[in-house]
Design a protein around this ligand. Structure first.
Ligand SMILES: Nc1nc2c(ncn2[C@@H]2O[C@H](COP(=O)(O)OP(=O)(O)O)[C@@H](O)[C@H]2O)c(=O)[nH]1
Ligand SMILES: [Mg+2]
Ligand SMILES: [Zn+2]
Length: 343
């Protein structure tokens, strides 16, 4: 009995200390903001978050005489978490540090599970996912289909990009053509380039124009090479950025937004390049195969697994050649790789 009371008192004490600590931190933050807001802040204007560092973001002015210039900004405590690509309302400060006033609505979100497996947005307003593959490392339709499902799930337009076109030869051309034909039949946009030789790069630049893009794909397909050739003179190795805060040095992995010289924007980080498919449900996978869409809901059984069931609309379409065997195989492969649902 005595022991339990002691424990309760102890835990009460610990809780109290933690509350006081949190209150002090909040006070510090609000004093900082008060100071900023008390000093003469500029008028409200819109901006683009181009990088994120814990309690601060880097914002680029969208209009006015300082359009295109970047400024560090503090976040008001009541704001939702911001990510690179967010559009915001902000006010410039007179000591170089501004304040974010509001977040503007997002048109899309690219999410990834964090270390605890929780889905977190990593980039906002991306409207094109460039799925890169190459003759070498040998492309797997299955992996491309995973990226396509992820893109469809996020509601973001995919662009398929065959890099290292200079490595196409008699030995691999037939397989590559078959792979490309699969996606052409589905109506996905497709480009062929060589980052090394420059072939096709103007067409790629044109496709990036007017969009906010991310590059994804297997390691070794040439994403870094592509990005470096599209952003001449820019150091894109900024995954880990150091930041000096009151609490010491922090290293943050952040996505950063870059402008292509010909227009168009790139959001890039090592994490985004390896963007995968850890977080979709069975329904999402079904919906991610665009050729299934008109067929879903037409199977005899409502809970049809499209496996062996009689009256399955998908199996019928497969028989009739309206679904390509490779895509059906991918679908099954992806489903089999999903984690078991938790009940
Ligand atoms: N032949 C050829 N090699 C390329 C091309 N683009 C990239 N590479 C090479 O492929 C390798 C992997 O490229 P990298 O950009 O690091 O790929 P990442 O892992 O996707 O970022 C490097 O040795 C590049 O030089 C290309 O268009 N043609
Ligand atoms: Mg790389
Ligand atoms: Zn079915």
């Amino acid at each position: 009995m005595a022991k339990r009371q002691l424990t309760r008192r102890q835990s009460w004490r610990i809780e109290k200390i933690q509350e006081e600590r949190a209150a002090r931190a909040a006070k510090r933050e609000s004093r900082l903001l008060d100071e900023l807001e008390g000093s003469d802040l500029g008028p409200e204007q819109t901006g683009l978050v181009i990088a994120h560092f814990g309690v601060q973001v880097e914002v680029e002015a969208e209009d006015g005489e300082r359009a295109g210039q970047a400024c560090r900004c503090h976040l008001r405590a009541n704001l939702p978490a911001l990510v690179t690509g967010d559009r915001v309302v902000w006010r410039a400060g007179n000591q170089g540090v501004g304040v974010i006033v509001a977040q503007l609505p997002r048109r899309s979100e690219l999410c990834r599970p964090d270390m605890r497996g929780q889905l977190k947005p990593v980039a906002a307003n991306v409207d094109q996912i460039v799925i890169v593959f190459a003759p070498l490392p040998e492309p797997h339709a299955n992996l491309i289909d995973r990226y396509l499902v992820a893109a469809e799930h996020a509601g973001i337009r995919p662009l398929l990009l065959l890099n290292k076109a200079d490595l196409v030869n008699e030995g691999n051309a037939a397989n590559l053509d078959a792979l490309l034909a699969t996606y052409q039949r589905l109506g996905y946009p497709l480009l062929e380039v060589s980052a090394r030789q420059g072939a096709g790069m103007p067409a790629l630049q044109a496709a990036l124009d007017g969009h906010v893009s991310v590059f994804v794909g297997q390691s070794g397909v040439g994403k870094s090479s592509l990005v470096n050739s599209l952003l001449p003179g820019v150091d894109t190795r900024v995954g880990a950025l150091s930041e000096l805060t009151g609490k010491g040095m922090h290293t943050t992995t952040t996505a950063r937004l870059f402008h292509f010289p010909g227009g168009g924007q790139l959001i890039d980080s090592p994490g985004i390049r390896e963007f995968g498919l850890g977080h979709v449900s069975r329904d999402d996978v079904e919906a991610g195969f665009i050729e299934f869409r008109e067929l879903l809901g037409h199977c005899r059984f409502r809970d049809c697994k499209h496996d062996r069931e009689p009256g399955c609309a998908l199996l019928k379409a497969l028989d009739e050649g309206r679904i390509q065997p490779q895509r059906m195989a991918s679908y099954r492969h992806i489903l089999a790789s999903l984690p078991e649902p938790e009940y």
